[in-house]
Design a protein around this ligand. Structure first.
Ligand SMILES: [Mg+2]
Length: 324
C-alpha cells in the first residue's frame, strides 16, 4: 500500500509523479524506502509504543472545496496531528490516501504537496507511504498518522476522576464562527483562519502526559466531546460558561457562546487534571505560549451540565455536530 500504483488513471506517468511529488515528502524517513516498495518499515524508539490515528476529510463536508490546495492539505494533516497531540504523542510519520476527481491537474497536486511539506517541517513528521486513486465523487483525503509515547503513557479519554479540574487550551467557537463568516461572506479573517487552518497543540500535548488524567481534542463541540470523556471515565462534568475562553473576535459575535459550546473544528485540547497540577499547568501555558483555561470540574455521576454565571443550567438545543 506504500506505492502510488498504476491503477490510478488520474496521472499520465504514475511513477514519475510519485518520484516528483511524493518521494521528496518521504525522504526524511528511511523506513519509507523512498516509496519504492510495497510497504514501509517503522519501529518505535526504545521504551516507546506507537500511537496510531486516522482522519478522513471529504469536500463539502469537512472543507468547502474553494480553499487553496495547500490549505486543504494542511487541514487534512493537522486534524490528524491534533489527535496525536491529544494523546501526548510525538509525531513520526503519516500515510496518505488521495481520492482525486477527474481533471485534477499537476498544478493542484504541486500546491497540495507544498502544503504538506510546509507542515512536515513545522510539526516534525514525514510521509511514509500512501495511495492515490481517481474517483467519480468529490475530492477526499484520508491520512493515518503515527506517533510515539513512552510505554503506557498515552493520554486516554478514560482517566478522568471526580474532583479533577477541566481545562481547555486556546479559545473555543472561533472555527464555527469562521465557517459562518465564510459561508455568508462576512469577511472575519481571524475567525475564518481558525476554520481553515487548525493549530494542533503538539507541544502542549507532550507535556500533558504527566499532568493530565484524561485528554482529547475538541473536534465535534465542547459539550459533546466532554461527554465522551465522561462516558469513557464513568463520571460527570460541570462547565461554567463565564470561564469558557472566547477570542476577542468571537466575543463580539452573536451566538459566540453557542459556538463555543457546540461548534466543531476547534482542535483545542480538552483535559482533566488534579488540583495538584494547577501551578504546573500555569507554568506550562507560559512555556509553550498557549492559553489554558479552567472551565469546570469533574463530578461523580454522569453527563455534562453547563451552568451560567448565576449557577443556572444552560439548555442546549444542539450539543455538537453529529456525524452521519
Ligand atoms: Mg479527536
Amino acid at each position: 500500500m506504500v506505492r502510488f500504483p498504476a491503477s490510478c488513471n488520474v496521472f499520465m506517468d504514475e511513477f514519475g509523479r510519485i518520484a516528483h511529488f511524493f518521494a521528496p515528502l518521504a525522504s526524511g524517513f528511511s523506513g519509507s524506502l523512498n516509496l519504492r516498495d510495497d510497504a514501509a518499515l517503522l519501529a518505535p524508539s526504545a521504551g516507546h509504543e506507537l500511537v496510531i490515528t486516522k482522519d478522513a476529510l471529504s469536500e463539502g463536508v469537512h472543507f468547502l472545496g474553494s480553499e487553496s490546495a495547500g490549505l486543504i492539505a494542511s487541514k487534512a494533516l493537522r486534524t490528524n496531528l491534533s489527535d496525536l497531540a491529544a494523546k501526548g504523542a510525538k509525531p513520526l510519520v503519516y500515510f496518505l490516501a488521495l481520492m482525486l476527481p477527474p481533471g485534477t491537474g499537476d498544478a493542484w497536486l504541486e500546491a497540495f504537496c507544498a502544503g504538506l511539506e510546509n507542515d512536515q517541517k513545522i510539526f516534525g513528521i514525514s510521509l511514509a507511504g500512501g495511495d492515490t486513486i481517481s474517483t467519480h465523487g468529490k475530492l477526499s483525503i484520508s491520512i493515518t498518522a503515527i506517533g510515539e509515547v513512552p510505554l503506557g503513557s498515552m493520554l486516554k479519554r478514560s482517566g478522568a476522576q471526580a474532583g479533577d479540574a477541566i481545562y481547555v487550551s486556546g479559545t473555543l467557537g472561533d472555527s464555527a464562527l469562521g465557517l459562518r463568516s465564510l459561508q455568508n461572506g462576512l469577511g472575519m479573517a481571524a475567525l475564518e483562519e481558525r476554520y481553515l487552518l487548525p493549530q494542533p497543540r503538539t507541544a502542549l500535548g507532550l507535556h500533558l502526559r504527566t499532568l493530565a488524567h484524561a485528554c482529547m481534542d475538541v473536534s465535534d463541540g465542547l459539550v459533546q466531546d466532554l461527554g465522551h470523556i465522561c462516558a469513557a471515565s464513568g463520571v460527570g462534568a460541570l462547565v461554567h460558561t463565564p470561564n469558557i475562553p472566547l477570542s476577542p473576535e468571537a466575543a463580539t459575535q452573536p451566538g459566540a457562546l453557542t459556538a463555543a459550546l457546540s461548534g466543531g473544528d476547534d482542535y483545542e485540547l480538552l483535559f482533566t487534571s488534579p488540583a495538584s497540577a494547577h501551578a504546573a499547568l500555569e507554568a506550562l501555558s507560559a512555556e509553550v505560549g498557549v492559553r489554558i483555561s479552567r472551565i469546570g470540574e469533574v463530578v461523580s455521576g454522569s453527563g455534562v451540565r453547563v451552568l451560567d454565571a448565576s449557577g443556572d443550567e444552560v439548555k442546549l438545543t444542539s450539543t455538537g455536530y453529529v456525524h452521519r
